[in-house]
Design a protein around this ligand. Structure first.
Ligand SMILES: Cc1cc2nc3c(=O)[nH]c(=O)nc-3n(C[C@H](O)[C@H](O)[C@H](O)COP(=O)(O)OP(=O)(O)OC[C@H]3O[C@@H](n4cnc5c(N)ncnc54)[C@H](O)[C@@H]3O)c2cc1C
Length: 200
């Protein structure tokens, strides 16, 4: 991995003094760090970590409903959020729209279905865009803003997205067209830092 620095969202519940931390990494063909994690990292190797940072903060309590929109590995911050909510009083009503290509490219589905059983305020809707026979899903095709329950729009839900740039731009435009103010829409981009510019 060399000196490369990458960010990975924690996937477990936020608890005081945990025994360890979990992340979920999607392997990107040709990607420097995700390939090293998948093929080279071994138990006992030392990886330097920085403390968590960022401004993508999800509400543990909220008078407004919360709509989560995840594409593929963009589910990781929401997994941590939902597991953190367990047992908390005053949980908001939550709709999670989770879009993937097919069952094979859908991480954490079993964990999400288990969470749905334990969180009475959670509605999980899975969208598969390239269905394979035998895939489990709620709605075929890509997620669009028209999939959102209109009642949630009326109740001024807050929208949190973590997906590809293209999907987030499309959803953002769709929400604004429905009259959702920009300050009620939040997004997290999963991008590697730009490579350093070297002097010629
Ligand atoms: C706040 C934050 C949280 C993140 N959380 C996670 C997480 O929980 N799990 C996770 O797997 N990743 C996460 N990422 C993305 C991660 O940091 C890396 O960008 C990703 O693992 C690719 O790194 P790499 O070194 O393997 O690829 P690189 O060597 O950096 O890139 C190789 C090629 O892949 C392209 N590429 C880079 N990222 C992506 C991408 N996400 N999708 C498609 N193509 C890409 C690049 O443009 C380049 O062409 C997060 C990023 C941020 C900023």
């Amino acid at each position: 991995m060399g000196d490369a620095i990458r960010s990975y969202s924690l996937t477990g519940a936020a608890v005081a003094s945990p025994d360890g931390y979990d992340i979920g990494v999607r392997h990107i063909e040709g990607g420097q760090v995700s390939t090293a994690i998948r093929h080279a990292l071994a138990p006992g190797d030392v990886v330097e970590l920085q403390s968590p940072k960022g401004g993508f903060v999800l509400p543990l309590r909220n008078e407004f409903p919360v709509v989560l929109i995840a594409g593929g590995i963009g589910i990781t911050p929401f997994l941590s959020y939902l597991e953190t909510l367990e047992g908390n009083a005053g949980q908001p009503r939550i709709a999670l729209h989770y879009g993937c290509r097919d069952d094979r490219s859908r991480p954490f589905q079993n964990r999400l279905e288990a969470l749905q059983q334990r969180l009475p305020n959670l509605t999980l809707v899975t969208h598969l865009s390239r269905l394979q026979s035998g895939d489990r899903f709620d709605r075929p095709g890509q997620f669009t803003v028209s999939d959102i329950d209109p009642e949630l729009l009326r109740k001024r839900a807050r929208f949190y997205m973590c997906a590809s740039d293209a999907m987030m731009e499309e959803v953002n435009a769709g929400l604004e067209a429905c009259g959702v103010p920009a300050f009620e829409i939040f997004g997290e981009r999963f991008r590697s830092p730009a490579p350093p510019v070297l002097d010629a």
